[in-house]
Write a protein that binds this ligand. Structure first.
Ligand code: CA
Length: 239
């Protein structure tokens, strides 16, 4: 895969240079900036295909930058973080990061993550010809990357969208966390289960699907998740 534009936002010169060199050797066009305001400007002007974003930046931190660059249009973000605790990872996902890498990381690992994100993007754009899926009052439209609940548009991040799509495609089929991790993220991770759970929790919040008896996504304890089968009853309990 060549010809993709990647913006690297990193204030530590050694790391920035290592990341730049590796990605350039993989055939990507790479631009490096060292702080948040420059990153926001570069994204607005150049619309890169992917942003590699350090969490700890001077002045404006990575989470704020991530939120800001996602404001108008989704753009895939790989977050670099020196902190290892889960809370930060989950916080990163909540502002729209697609993946994270904890420092120190190898340049081989970095390249693999970038490839996985780009493959995922290509898969999403390859879905352009598929028909929307309708389950209960929910419409999952892969071609337009849209989710409607009734007439209301639900805004999901790309990862959330893919998880929902995977589940909605085969109602009643239980998908394990590992399977979802493999399929949606393109690799597995020691924290995989937790990460999948936090995404499903956010999808449910957005779909208002958090009741004891869920309308759409069922938890299968110890295994994973399944989309509810349409048995003809109303999705909202009672007609
Ligand atoms: Ca830094």
């Amino acid at each position: 895969m060549t010809g993709r534009d990647i913006l690297v936002v990193e204030d530590e010169e050694d790391i920035a240079e290592a990341v730049r060199a590796r990605l350039a050797s993989e055939g990507y066009r790479v631009r490096v900036v060292s702080d948040g305001p420059q990153a926001i400007e570069a994204v607005a002007k150049e619309r890169p295909d992917l942003v590699v974003l350090d969490l700890m930046l001077p002045g404006m931190d990575g989470l704020e930058v991530c939120r800001e660059i996602q404001r108008d249009e989704w753009i895939p973000v790989l977050m670099l973080t020196a902190r290892t605790d889960e809370a930060d990872k989950v916080a990163g996902f909540a502002v729209g990061a697609d993946d994270y890498l904890t420092k120190p990381f190898s340049s081989r690992e970095l390249a693999a993550r970038v490839r996985a994100i780009i493959r995922r993007m290509e898969r999403i754009s390859g879905m352009a010809a598929t028909e929307p899926i309708t389950r209960f009052d929910l419409t999952v439209d892969a071609a337009r990357r849209r989710v409607l609940r009734g007439d209301e548009e639900i805004s999901l991040t790309p990862l959330e969208f893919e998880i929902l799509l995977a589940l909605a495609r085969s109602p009643g089929v239980v998908l394990s966390r590992d399977h979802l991790m493999d399929r949606v993220w393109g690799y597995r991770d020691y924290a995989g289960g937790r990460v999948v759970d936090s995404h499903v929790a956010r999808i449910r919040r957005k779909l208002k699907d958090e009741a004891a008896e869920p309308n759409y996504i069922r938890t299968v304890h110890g295994v994973g998740y399944a989309f509810k089968e349409d048995d003809g009853s109303s999705p909202h309990g009672g007609r």
